[in-house]
Write a protein that binds this ligand. Structure first.
Ligand code: SF4
Length: 208
């Protein structure tokens, strides 16, 4: 298990509105490849850590992570050859993303941030933690897991419209978006096969 740091101990989190409110929340760093034989240069970007991920300090390790692992296995992809990270590297309260209306609306019982600070936190996390990882090497492909990752990293709205379509990121990398495992588990088991195809699709065709 990696050494777990709080966001208040993490370089790059200074000045983030989430750190001001939740300084003790755990920082969940990217999971690096752990397989000496891996030949994949593949980056997976998910949304945010949940309870389990925050506890163990690794992305995609809870129930949705287990579902994702099974997808990888069925697609013939080794998890330990991947680099995996999140758009937000600390757990938001009640697993509600800071830009989600429930996080900032005055009508929401689970409000924990202002709309402006929610946007600022997401931007801060991308600039300090996601962009440097994207720039760190020539990834062969980037998999964006869920609608938040699609919007934040590819600057596109609408996961149902964009999933499975080869994308070119502003960073120049080839990418593809897939439905989030939590969504598949809860609502769309019928889309499992499509998601397996998305994970194994060649990105050599023209990208939007
Ligand atoms: S949102 Fe990102 S930058 Fe802000 S405290 Fe959490 S991990 Fe750090």
């Amino acid at each position: 298990m990696p050494t777990i740091k709080s966001v208040s101990e993490t370089l790059g989190c200074e000045g983030c509105p989430m750190r001001e409110r939740f300084p003790d929340h755990h920082f969940v760093p990217p999971q690096k490849p752990n397989n000496p034989d891996h030949d994949l240069v593949r980056l997976v970007i998910a949304e945010a850590p949940g309870e389990r991920e925050s506890e163990v300090g690794e992305p995609l390790r809870g129930k949705a992570g287990q579902f994702f692992d099974k997808l990888l296995e069925d697609a013939g992809i080794q998890r330990d050859g991947l680099t995996i990270t999140n758009c937000l590297s600390c757990r938001p309260p009640d697993n509600i993303f800071p830009t989600d209306r429930r996080a900032w609306s005055s009508k929401s019982k689970r409000r924990y941030i202002s709309k402006e600070d929610g946007v600022k936190a997401v931007r801060h996390c991308k600039e300090k933690h996601v962009d440097p990882l994207l720039r760190s090497r020539k990834w062969n492909r980037v998999d964006l897991v869920g609608g938040h990752a699609l919007r934040i990293v590819a600057q596109k709205e609408g996961i149902k419209e964009w999933r499975g379509r080869p994308l070119k990121l502003p960073s120049g990398h080839k990418a593809i978006a897939i439905l989030h495992p939590s969504y598949l588990m809860t609502y769309k088991k019928s889309m499992r096969e499509n998601t397996l195809n998305d994970l194994t699709k060649s990105l050599e065709e023209s990208a939007d």
